[in-house]
Design a protein around this ligand. Structure first.
Ligand SMILES: *Cc1c(COP(=O)(O)O)cnc(C)c1O
Length: 350
């Protein structure tokens, strides 16, 4: 397949092997192809779908055999929920989907030094895969990030830079650094979404080509939301499924980044992984919600805390950010079959 980097606003395109993560004037890039055709490979885990991923040479794959996380049916508050256990990834969150693809591409491009900013999970994922590939890695995080996440970053050998201030401030500092290295960003870099799209490829196969009614996701920068939608859209184009589940985006009432960027509306939230005030791809996120006839749910801090306990008492040890999707079950339609990824491990914020 002939992949290309395509700017999201202008008509600018770049060859897929150009080492850039944005267009001119910081325009967002997506990855597109005109000749999509379905194939699988004999690789393990999500790399089974390697023919659908824009990497030229399988020798460059940086992988721990990740993917094909289990799907378990549970009844939560009287709602039918298929839980996809995304916290079982090697670094403890689904961010490994994006990291395995992005770092593989970085290796293929011959880039030796990268920078990334993250509340922790995306950073850990990038740091782990960079460690495996022998690529130098700097991760910029807010000084308030939970200690467990910072020690994980350091353990992988990443250079950890702490910034006083919110995610916006951290992103600003990182953009300055990115001018001199390559920005392995989970929100900017389009290769990350080529990894998170495998979520949809797995679901369609695991659900035996019959899809749930909704997909209920914790959303900050929308890396899983946009990736899942991209995957489902490709599968529709390929004739593997006829429809896309309604995508329900869950955010903290304390951080309603999808509704407003008015700073007076924000309070600290325990869902630190999705505490994003102004998502870089907000326009795309809102488009996905609209196109799939989905919606946005706001969850209170108290509901998140209750969900963490409820999930653990049923054997799912997940982090607070992840529990927000469990909490959302209370607001779902009892007639729907809902797919809920449990995105991050409880070991993260102990
Ligand atoms: C990153 C992350 C999410 C979703 O965040 P996005 O910013 O929308 O990509 C959800 N849960 C966990 C545990 C995460 O690490």
């Amino acid at each position: 397949m002939q992949w290309k980097l395509a700017a999201t606003e202008s008509n600018e395109v770049f060859p897929i092997d150009t080492p850039r993560w944005c267009g001119h004037n910081l325009e967002l890039l997506d990855i597109e192809t005109d000749d999509l055709s379905f194939a699988t490979s004999t690789h393990q885990g999500l790399w089974k779908f390697s023919p659908m991923i824009p990497l030229n040479d399988a020798q460059n794959i940086v992988s721990f055999g990740e993917g094909f996380t289990p799907i378990i049916l549970e009844n939560i508050h009287g709602k039918n929920c298929l839980l996809k256990l995304e916290y079982l990834f090697p670094t403890g969150s689904y961010k490994d989907r994006g990291a395995t693809v992005l770092v593989s591409k970085i290796k293929e491009l011959g880039i030796r030094k990268i920078v990334e900013d993250s509340s922790g999970n995306a950073g850990s994922a990038i740091a782990a895969y960079a460690a495996k590939a022998g690529i130098e890695c700097e991760i910029v995080v807010a000084a308030t990030t939970s200690p467990a996440k910072i020690s994980q970053l350091k353990a992988y050998g990443a250079l950890v830079t702490l910034v006083d201030g919110d995610r916006q401030k951290v992103a600003g500092e990182t953009l300055k650094k990115a001018a001199h290295t390559y920005y392995a960003s989970h929100s900017w870099n389009p290769f990350f979404f080529q990894g998170t799209k495998t979520f949809a490829y797995e679901v369609v196969e695991q659900c035996n080509y019959s899809l749930p009614d909704t997909l209920v996701l914790p959303v900050g920068n929308g890396t899983l939301l946009i990736g899942a939608y991209l995957g489902f859209s490709e599968l529709v184009r390929l004739g593997k499924t006829t429809r896309i589940p309604r995508i329900i985006a869950v955010q903290a009432s304390h951080c309603p980044g999808l509704d407003t960027s008015d700073s007076r509306m924000f309070l600290p939230t325990i869902a630190e992984g999705i505490a994003v005030k102004n998502p870089v791809r907000k326009k795309q996120i809102l488009e996905v919600i609209r196109k799939t006839n989905g919606k946005i749910l706001n969850i209170r801090e108290k509901e998140i805390k209750t969900a963490v306990k409820e999930a653990a008492l049923r054997g799912y040890y997940i982090e607070k950010t992840s529990a927000i999707a469990w909490a959302a079950a209370s607001y779902l339609d009892p007639n729907d079959l809902n797919l809920i990824p449990l995105t991050g491990s409880g070991l993260k914020n102990s």
